[in-house]
Design a binder for this molecule. Structure first.
Ligand SMILES: *Cc1c(COP(=O)(O)O)cnc(C)c1O
Length: 359
């Protein structure tokens, strides 16, 4: 059975991307590979129109967390003082990474269901001289889209640089690249870009690479090393060649489909259809209208059903959904409409939801 993945990555991919992944055997020390690497690096910058004179995209093997850890461990200088914004699993992960790498940091903690409290963030930035702020753009724990424009403004005002976990938003949500505060974004091939797992990336300002941690905190994840090699038609380690082939095709399809804005509109349409169908069936959204990303919505578990029943009922009908994390596990479930999902899949999904929730 072919499953449509409604979990937040990896996503259902198009036939073109699947074919591209298996289209060639490439040695990563040959010109064919370097041409591919150059195209993908350029393609990533092009998604948001980032000028190569100011921005660099650095590709490396690993999942989204690799990009996040590489961004934080290499772009935070040794004397950085970091403020972390936590309102979910992924914000807390940023703090954990900072702790492991011995970065001096403090967190503004929130409940997982809460929006960023900007008064507390402003207070923290006024109380201490933080050089950097790190936050999650789309907090996939609850589907909340954090207000990054406002955070970037606050960073500008306090002279702090902003590092963003945009793993589940890059390619589908607006990212304030024009803000001088924003210096780097971590992303992955297999979420909103519709590539396959194995490859992740950081889009960063050239100045951020120049100010990177010295000495390095990591061998594999030190971004200046990857950037330097990739700039000179090289690669420090064996890259995820097949994921690179797939991502090239996925970026081409994204551009053909109208770029990130069109993808945003498409996802919003799909998420809206699911939300309205569930609302008709008496299932409520976890967050208030307008708080969720276009990528994923969290729903309150209906009192009469368990997650296992909902999950298994949908899986029998060809759809894989996602449980809540941590202490929200019994309170909610999540549906992401990322990936190559067409009208026919949606019709079947709406019917499947109707059967499962009226049972
Ligand atoms: C998916 C995700 C990650 C990375 O998860 P991996 O399992 O390492 O790919 C990081 N941050 C957010 C917000 C995510 O949604």
């Amino acid at each position: 059975m072919r499953y449509i993945l409604l979990n937040p990555g990896p996503v259902s991919i198009s036939g073109g991307v699947r074919k591209a992944a298996l289209s060639a055997d490439l040695c990563h020390r040959e010109p064919e590979y370097f041409a591919l690497q150059d195209q993908v690096r350029r393609g990533l910058l092009d998604v948001y129109g980032c000028a190569p004179a100011e921005w660099t995209s650095v590709l490396l093997g690993g999942s989204g967390t690799t990009a996040l850890e590489a961004m934080l461990s290499s772009l935070l200088p040794r004397d950085a003082r970091l403020l972390v914004i936590e309102n979910g699993v992924y914000g807390e992960r940023i703090s954990r990474i900072a702790q492991i790498h011995g970065v001096e940091f403090q967190a503004v903690k929130h409940e997982w269901t809460d929006a960023i409290d900007f008064e507390r963030v402003a207070q923290a930035l006024s109380d201490r001289d933080f050089t950097h702020v790190a936050a999650v753009h789309h907090e996939t724990t609850t589907g909340r889209l954090n207000d990054i424009d406002r955070l970037a403004e606050l960073c500008e005002k306090h002279g702090a640089e902003l590092l963003l976990d945009s793993v589940s938003s890059f390619g589908a949500e607006s990212i304030p690249f024009e803000s001088p505060a924003l210096i780097a974004c971590a992303g992955t091939a297999n979420k909103c870009l519709h590539g396959i797992p194995g490859l992740c990336f950081v889009v960063c300002r050239n100045t951020a690479l120049q100010n990177a941690a010295e000495p390095p905190r990591s061998l594999y994840m030190h971004l200046p090393l990857w950037a330097e090699k990739q700039d000179r038609q090289g690669t420090p380690f064996t890259p995820a060649v097949n994921s690179m082939l797939a991502l090239k095709q996925a970026l081409r399809e994204l551009a053909q489909q109208g770029g990130w804005r069109a993808r945003h509109a498409h996802y919003s349409n799909l998420a809206g259809q699911v939300q309205r169908q569930l609302s008709r069936l008496g299932v409520q959204s976890l967050l208030s209208p307008g708080e969720s990303s276009c990528v994923l919505n969290a729903y309150r578990m209906p009192a009469a059903q368990t997650y296992a029943e909902i999950h298994d009922g949908l899986k029998q009908r060809g759809f894989v959904i996602y449980a809540g994390q941590g202490n929200l596990e019994s309170a909610m479930f999540r549906i992401s409409t990322m990936g190559d999902i067409g009208n026919y899949d949606m019709e079947r999904l709406l019917a499947a939801l109707s059967s499962v929730f009226s049972e």
